[in-house]
Write a protein that binds this ligand. Structure first.
Ligand code: S0N
Length: 274
């Protein structure tokens, strides 16, 4: 189905498209010529788009994808790989895709990877970071790091291993083979495989189903699933959500009010659940 994706205004992005339809934001890496490899500018723009998605209450689900029908993302752009990272126009080497990884993980809304072709290297890690992955039948998955002089031993290794198991994760990294969409689905890192023509429809359908669910319930589930794996940082995320909820309650309001009114707070009037 043809959808009227509207450009989200206020940004002058050069390497991504940032669009919205029915409370769904779509972030598209727009470097088709290079199989949607990312530069420091691409990842900086993605960071800004994800920050907007976090702040904007109207956005309920995010879809991450790549332009065209050949690639989701082929990782860091080798043309600008220098010593210490990927070098932008300012001459500074950066690994700022790591910030994008964290933004996806901490976004209190579902993120769907819409994998429309190659998800390779750092591009593979990006789909791993997303909450759900829906892939077209032509999608190809794999890591290449040890073949091309890089590696992602962070989420790209440990979170991948949680998904596919330690043996498979080691195979993926040590051999640098490529896997079909169905193989990736069998390994547990893809939720659904569909024909290319149905890819966007399926992602939007899934987004719309999730939008019928309680946003706060989804937020808490995501934080809980993260917390199990993320140690103190995961507990901080979950605890932050608990604090946010506490602040919506009269009991928390009473404490602040009492301070400002220079009296003792009366917490006894609020229910205590077993
Ligand atoms: C994706 C592949 C398999 C597609 O093959 P296909 O369809 O045969 O197309 P090609 O002819 O190969 O490509 C078309 C044009 O696109 C260019 N291109 C493709 N990928 C890249 C890329 N990654 N960088 C720059 N250009 C790319 C081709 O060069 C070609 O251009 P022309 O027409 O001029 O020849 C195939 O293209 C492929 O294997 N690509 C390389 C994939 C790869 O190895 N990617 C890994 C890159 N490294 C990372 O992502 C590392 C991540 C990382 O370093 C990291 C780790 C930890 C923390 C942070 C980071 C970080 O990156 O920030």
């Amino acid at each position: 189905m043809e959808r009227n994706w509207k450009k989200i205004s206020g940004f002058d992005f050069k390497e991504i498209l940032f669009e919205e339809y029915n409370h769904i934001a779509k972030i598209t890496i727009n470097r088709e010529r290079y199989r949607n490899a990312f530069t420091p500018l691409t990842t900086w723009e993605m960071s800004q788009a994800f920050a907007y998605c976090r702040e904007c209450a109207d956005i309920r689900v995010v879809i991450l994808t790549g332009a065209g029908d050949k690639a989701f993302c082929s990782g860091g752009d080798m043309h600008v790989k220098g010593r210490g990272g990927y070098v932008g126009n300012d001459g500074v080497p950066r690994l700022n895709v790591l910030d994008v990884q964290m933004q996806i993980r901490r976004l209190p809304k579902p993120v769907i990877a819409m994998v429309n072709g190659y998800a390779i290297g750092g591009g593979h890690v990006l789909h791993v970071m997303c909450d759900l992955t829906i892939a077209s039948e032509n999608a190809i998955f794999g890591q290449t790091g040890p073949k091309v002089g890089s590696f992602d031993a962070g989420f790209g290794a440990s979170y991948l291993a949680r998904m596919v198991g330690q043996k498979k994760a080691r195979e993926i990294w040590f051999l640098c083979k490529q896997y079909t969409a169905h193989e990736a689905e069998q390994m547990g890192m893809v939720n659904k495989v569909v024909p290319f023509e149905q890819l966007e429809d399926t992602c939007v359908d899934w987004a719309e189903i999730m939008m019928e669910r309680s946003p706060l319930a989804l937020r808490m589930i995501k934080a809980g699933l993260n917390a199990e794996l993320d140690g103190q940082a995961g507990i901080q995320e979950l605890a932050g959500d608990a604090t946010m909820l506490y602040y919506t309650m009269d009991e928390a309001q009473e404490g602040g009010k009492a301070f400002l009114e220079k009296r003792k707070p009366d917490f006894d009037k609020y229910p205590v659940f077993p």
